[in-house]
Design a binder for this molecule. Structure first.
Ligand code: GLN
Ligand code: ZN
Length: 746
């Protein structure tokens, strides 16, 4: 029985890699210096793992940008358009992030995590061949430290299925097989981990046939462990049991229904990934030990290994720098380094090995954490719990059906046909960020801070009136981030100082920790919104982040169901909705930017998610008067498979991204219809380009071809915070002008 991790964070415990990358891109350090930093980081990460007692330590989990991109390079699948770049590192970065002469390759989310990979572009005519110098170099570095590494590779099926493929994907896999074979035979003396997480989605029979064929070929002369994660992969397990692989690494956190019987009967080894690579709460070491010991009653323990559920890339690095965190909260969490200790101790306990002093300390602290979490008053708040258990059906439905209440709203708000609005945020300038920083650091007083923010709100209201927008916003100048802003004001939510997780390339995010029962001690936005409303007779939109987005962008507690946590969050935000309404705000937008990405990977789990997610939104938004208008906003255009759920949210108005997606979204509306009012973004805010009046006239007309005029709102496709004022002002002016032109033609 050995210990392993699927992969280790590479950004560095103090984001050293981020800093080196950005310095290199800015021309401040040389390529050699960048490579030296990368090599030092790898060594440090390996030593940490070695010292923590991890037996199977990975090479090739490190990347200067992304492992999928590394695989593209490894297989010589670089798209033609980058081949004129001589230097291979610069070529690599041009693919990742573009350069003056090259557009970057596309980037997308890695399954349902917040990590983004560079999407390979493959076609049947590519001349695939093995390029393995990166791996060889890392192996020799590891060996210098006395480490006999396991080699991480992304498996051919996952690689191709996650690519943009021109032609036949199966043919490409076939063409890749000899290349993979050659690579594997180079490393036949090592354990090889082949990541095939594609098989936790919903593999069909053909995928499974292919899986068998591929691993029959690849594994015949090698030590291959196939790794799946983020869910169970039972269909794949059954198939792989028949191939000559050595074993599998499975996720026992996400996939409690993982079946290993056939694998074991097929003589395979099984990695029990029981330490959570995607969340930060301490593992219940005793419980895990009992679970694995249970398995060893029927399975020879030589066949089992203990590890992380997925790569530790998805959690922060080390608690070492969390010097300001509440001591209790800190005792309840572990980051990557602390998770290594958990893996080691579980392994020793299962094997009945003697514990060292350090192990004993780890175990003792773990027991205490588990027990204090059960009772701590920082976590448990009976008032919140009672509110959730007393929720009734009435809390989840508005009093009046949409068709009736929308009439009252139109009367109440008096907006014209094709009403114009924006999604909420306006440019976040460096001066604004400095202002918020100065306030936070006590450099300026609260009064001064508020006055300055209010000045900005005043200017924005004036601007919106001048260009004649119908439903105004206050601009969100007081917010750093749509989740953090609310998280900081909610009870039960904490923030770390160094809890950075790589999102893509050098970009990291620091998700909030929802650690306890959630409530809203006091108003969060009312002062800003009512101030903005006081400056205008036009409707001012209240602007809130929805419960599901709050959850999906946080580390969520694991000691109660997500549904319960989400309902608590929903009630806390409902309190703010009610406070805004009571203060005279007539339009309230509740953003659910991340609703889509929270969908589970397995189809059979979708209904459950939709049920609690949609219900949460309804809890937040259903207690208002019929004439109060609820808006929501979503940042994507892939709606075809979730239309029923979206409609079920029962928002009065929904604004969505559309501008980038060649109106494919509109086709769905045409085919299916939609109950509420809709603002399909008329221009793309992700680009600095200023759209002309004429092109937006065309865009609006295209929308009116498929949607009834009385349902359509006109707005950009997302918030404007990443844009500059000199882009935003003319764009919005043109947008309103285009609207007026179309109105005239009606
Ligand atoms: N109201 C938010 C904004 O305008 C919405 C952001 C988002 O959709 N991601 O910034
Ligand atoms: Zn958006």
């Amino acid at each position: 029985m050995a210990t392993y991790v699927i992969g280790f964070p590479r950004i560095g415990e103090q984001r050293e890699l981020k800093k080196a990358l950005e310095a290199y891109w800015a021309g401040k350090i040389t390529q050699d210096e960048l490579k030296k930093t990368a090599s030092d980081l790898r060594k440090r990460h390996w030593i940490y793992q070695k010292n923590a007692g991890i037996d199977m330590i990975s090479v090739n989990d490190f990347s200067l940008y992304d492992n999928m991109l590394d695989t593209t390079v490894m297989l010589n699948a670089t798209p033609e358009r980058y081949k004129n770049i001589k230097d291979c590192t610069d070529r690599y970065f041009a693919m990742a992030r573009g350069d003056n002469n090259h557009k970057a390759m596309e980037m997308t989310k890695w399954f349902n995590t917040n990590y983004h990979y560079i999407v390979p572009e493959l076609n049947e005519n590519m001349n695939f061949e093995p390029h393995i110098s990166k791996i060889k170099e890392e192996i020799s570095e590891a060996k210098e430290l006395g480490i006999n590494p396991k080699i991480n590779l992304i498996g051919p099926i996952t690689f191709v299925r996650l690519s943009k493929v021109e032609g036949n994907g199966d043919k490409i896999i076939e063409k890749l097989l000899p290349v993979y074979k050659e690579i594997i035979s180079e490393f036949k003396d090592y354990t090889i981990q082949m990541d095939e997480p594609y098989f936790v989605t919903n593999p069909n029979d053909k995928d499974l046939e292919l899986l068998e064929k591929v691993y029959n070929e690849l594994a015949s002369n090698a030590n291959i462990f196939v790794a799946t994660y983020f869910e169970h992969s039972n269909e794949a397990n059954e198939v792989l049991a028949k191939t000559p692989i050595k074993g599998m690494f499975l996720d026992f956190v996400a996939g409690s229904e993982n079946s290993i019987k056939t694998l074991v009967e097929g003589g395979k080894e099984v990695g029990i990934g029981i330490v959570n690579g995607r969340n930060v709460w301490v593992n219940d070491i005793e419980k895990s030990t009992t679970f694995v010991k249970g398995l060893t009653e029927t399975i020879n323990s030589n066949k089992l290994h203990i590890g992380s559920s997925c790569s530790l890339l998805h959690v922060p690095y080390t608690l070492k720098y969390e010097t300001k965190m509440d001591e209790d909260i800190k005792s309840w969490i572990s980051y990557a380094l602390e998770k290594l200790d958990e893996i080691r101790v579980i392994n020793k306990l299962v094997k009945n090995e003697e514990l060292s002093e350090t192990d004993k300390e780890v175990l003792q602290a773990n027991k205490e954490a588990i027990s204090t979490r059960k009772t701590s008053s920082k976590i448990h708040d009976t008032i919140v719990q009672d509110r959730v258990s007393n929720l009734t059906d009435k809390d989840k439905h508005r009093d009046m059906p949409f068709e009736e209440r929308i009439k009252l709203q139109r009367e109440n708000l008096k907006y014209p046909v094709l009403p114009t609005t924006t999604i909420g945020s306006f440019p976040q300038t460096p001066e604004l960020r400095k202002l918020r920083r100065d306030y936070k650091n006590g450099v300026i007083s609260e009064e001064e801070y508020k006055n300055q923010i209010k000045e900005m709100i005043k200017d924005l209201v004036k601007f919106q009136e001048e260009i004649d927008i119908d439903v105004l916003v206050h601009g969100e100048f007081e917010r750093n981030d749509m989740v953090e802003y609310f998280g900081e004001q909610l009870k039960g939510v904490a923030f770390s100082k160094n809890g950075w997780v790589q999102s893509y390339g050098s970009r990291c995010v620091k998700p909030p920790l929802i650690f306890g029962d959630v409530s809203r001690p006091k108003d969060m936005t009312v002062e800003w919104i009512t101030y903005a409303q006081s400056l205008t007779s036009r409707p001012m939109k209240g602007m809130l982040t929805g419960p599901v987005t709050m959850l999906n962008w946080s580390f969520v507690r694991d000691d109660q169901s997500k549904r319960t946590t989400s309902y608590q969050m929903a009630l806390a935000i409902r309190d703010e909705v009610e406070a805004l309404e009571a203060a005279g705000i007539k339009v309230i937008q509740v953003d659910e930017a991340a609703l889509r990405e929270g969908y589970p990977l397995r189809n059979n789990k979708r209904a459950e998610y939709e049920d609690w997610a949609i219900t949460s939104f309804r809890i937040t938004t259903s207690s208002v008067k019929p004439e109060t208008q609820i808006h929501t906003h979503m940042c994507y255009s892939e709606f075809s498979d979730i239309m029923d759920a979206i409609e079920d949210m029962d928002a009065d108005v929904i604004s969505i991204e559309n501008a980038r997606s060649d109106n494919s979204l509109l086709k769905i509306f045409k085919e299916r219809g939609y109950k509420g009012e809709i603002g399909p973004g008329v221009y793309d805010i992700h680009s600095p380009r200023i759209p002309t009046t004429q092109e937006m006239v065309e865009q609006i007309k295209a929308i009116l071809d498929v949607l009834p005029t009385e349902k359509v709102w006109i707005n950009p496709d997302c918030g404007l915070k990443t844009r500059k004022w000199n882009e935003v002002k003319p764009s919005l002016k043109n947008m309103v002008e285009a609207t007026k032109e179309v109105r005239k033609s009606l």
